[in-house]
Each structure stands twice: as C-alpha cells, then as structure tokens.
Write a protein that binds this ligand. Structure first.
Ligand code: TXA
Ligand code: MG
Length: 316
C-alpha cells in the first residue's frame, strides 16, 4: 500500500490528529524514551494486522502493549507481587513486563500471537504519554523499523524505513535511551527475556533476587532474540581493537575511529548513540564495519546483545 505519511508535530493539534488516526484503525509512529514505536489500536485486529504488514514481519510475533499507568495495565493482565515491585520502581520507564493475560483484557489476539501472556509497558517519554492520554486506549507498538533492520531513534529513521506505508509520524526528536526496553517475564519465576534500556542489576536490586535467564531451548522465545536482527547492510566484526585496512571503526572509549559511541567510555551515552551511529554508517555505504569491545556490565548487556545480532550471518 502506498499513501502519504503525515509528519505531525507534538502540539495539541498533532496529538488530536494522531489520536483520530489511531481511533480509525490507522498507524502512527511515535517516540518513546527507548526507540520510536509503530503504534496501532491494540483492540483492533485490522490495525494490528496492518502493523505486521507495514513492517514486513514474516510472522505474527507478539507485540508490546503501551498503557498510560499501572492502573490501566491491571485491567489487561493478572497482577502479582513481583509486578508490583518492578512497576512501582521503574514505570514509567524502559521496562516491559510479560504477564498472564486477563480473560476479558479486550486485546486483539494478534497482539499476543494467541499466547496466554502479554507484554506490557508504561513509557516515560512525554510525547508517548500525551498520545496515550489523548487516545485513551491501549497502543500496540513494535519498534518502527522494517522487520530485521536497525531500530529508529529519530523521526527521520522512521520516515526512511516506513514512509508511504503508515498514516503518520509524531516527531518528538531523538530518543534518550536508544535501545529497546528490558523485557522481564513474570508468569513464572522472574526471567530476563531481553536485555534492554534498564540494567539487569537495577532490576535484581528491586526484586531482591537474581533474575533467571531465558534458555536458548525454551519454546517461548522473544522474537527480538532471533539471531539476525537490527542488521545494517554492511558486514560487521565485533570486539575489534585493531581494525583492518578498509574497515570503518565504530569506537568506544578514546580510540581513533569513524564514529564513537562514547569517547568517555560511558555506557548510557553509548546506548543512546548505538542505533543512531549504525544508521549513519549504513547511510555512508556498505564497506565493512568493526566495533570496539564494549564492557559486559549495566547497559553494556543490551548494547552487546544488539551488536551480536547486527553482526550475525544474514541467511539465518
Ligand atoms: O522499547 C521497546 O520495547 C520498543 C518501544 C516501541 O516500546 N518496542 C519494541 O517492540 O522493542 P518489538 O516488537 O521490537 O519487541 C517486542 C518484543 C519481541 O521480542 C517479542 O518477542 C517480545 O517483545 N514479546 C511480546 N510479547 C511477548 C510475550 N507474550 N511473551 C514473550 N515475549 C513477548
Ligand atoms: Mg524491534
């Protein structure tokens, strides 16, 4: 489908327009503190099916439902102690909880890929929050990129990937966190399903216990765990301290490089720059990319996870 994609600014009129589009089953990309999401009414089968179509997602992987607050979340999911502890500590923020779906949750079965659980989060970005308020319903939103490509951290990234396929983009500037939310499964023992913008250490501290880690052979894989994902066009090599001639170095720390994730070696800054720099390198051409080693602590877990997928062979 080809259509004109409207660029909306986040003023009263922009929010009204965006809410009207969502209400009519249309798609609006909007900023969250992590990455831009591609939003549709989570109760509307047609709208949710269009999200998959616009992204070119090969199969119906479950989506994250965005709601304005804990009270609204509780209308969709079975709540418990661990959910209470994590949500009160980190919502609004870059944390997604996977919880048992309430029988009368009212969500499209396409959102959950017919699973008995749903992924839900309360985003912190003021534009996302105002959109949820104005719309007044749950918004299903995967990252607003064509399937398998780099997640968007600016409106221009969304427009480069999805223009002509969606109704509108709410432009809220660059995303602060820069990597997707951390996903924790709570339908059984608390389990890390995807590292992300909230460090695991902070979660474990709030829970007062370590998180289980998602096993590779577990049947319920988070599709964000598919091996090749977030891929730029160029081949990538990781943990490189001495780039080969012709390689473009995506650096970390005080190194000589094409682009630096954080010259100061700050992982928060590096996460915020990650997709932004990968987009920029992608736009520059398809010469090989080398990446400096990134420490495996705090936000480094999410950064290394995304880099590993970006560097994975493309034929899987
Ligand atoms: O930061 C984010 O989380 C962004 C912004 C837009 O909120 N969204 C995002 O959505 O990253 P997406 O679709 O790219 O990733 C959603 C992940 C997938 O890996 C999916 O497997 C997992 O959430 N997921 C959704 N529902 C699930 C469920 N019921 N059980 C297990 N994993 C689930
Ligand atoms: Mg994604």
């Amino acid at each position: 489908m080809s259509q004109t994609t409207k660029m909306l600014i986040p003023d009263a009129e922009g929010f009204e327009d965006a809410a009207k589009i969502l209400g009519a089953g249309g798609l609006v990309a909007f900023p969250t503190e992590t990455v831009y999401g591609l939003g549709g009414d989570a109760r509307n089968d047609h709208a949710v099916a269009r999200i998959f179509e616009a992204k070119g997602r090969p199969k119906f992987n479950p989506l994250i439902v965005h709601v304005p607050d804990i009270e609204t979340a509780k209308t969709h999911v079975e709540w418990g102690d661990a959910a209470d502890r994590l949500a009160s500590a980190f919502w609004p923020g870059p944390l997604t909880l996977v919880l048992p779906l309430k029988p009368d949750a009212g969500l499209s079965p396409l959102v959950t890929a017919d699973l008995p659980t749903v992924a839900i989060r309360v985003p912190a970005h003021p534009v996302a929050r105002q959109l949820l308020q104005t719309f007044g319903g749950p918004v299903a939103a995967p990252s607003a990129n064509p399937s398998g490509r780099i997640s968007p951290t600016q409106a221009a990234h969304v427009s480069a990937g999805l223009s002509g396929r969606i109704e509108a983009i709410l432009d809220g500037g660059a995303c602060d966190v820069g990597v997707e939310s951390t996903i924790v499964g709570l339908s059984d023992t608390p389990t890390l399903l995807r590292p992300g913008g909230l460090p695991v250490e902070a979660l474990e501290q709030a829970l007062g216990a370590p998180l289980s880690h998602h096993g590779k052979s577990d049947p319920l894989t988070a599709p964000g765990q598919m091996t090749s994902h977030y891929a730029p066009g160029a081949p990538m090599r990781l943990n490189v301290t001495d780039p080969e001639p012709g390689e473009r170095l995506l650096g970390f720390g005080p190194v000589d490089c094409t682009l630096n994730l954080s010259r100061a070696g700050d992982l928060t800054e590096a996460a915020a720059n990650l997709f932004h720099h990968l987009h920029a390198l992608d736009a520059q051409g398809d010469g090989p990319i080398a990446v400096s080693p990134i420490p495996q602590t705090g936000l480094g877990l999410a950064i290394n996870d995304r880099l590993k997928r970006a560097a994975a062979p493309r034929d899987v």
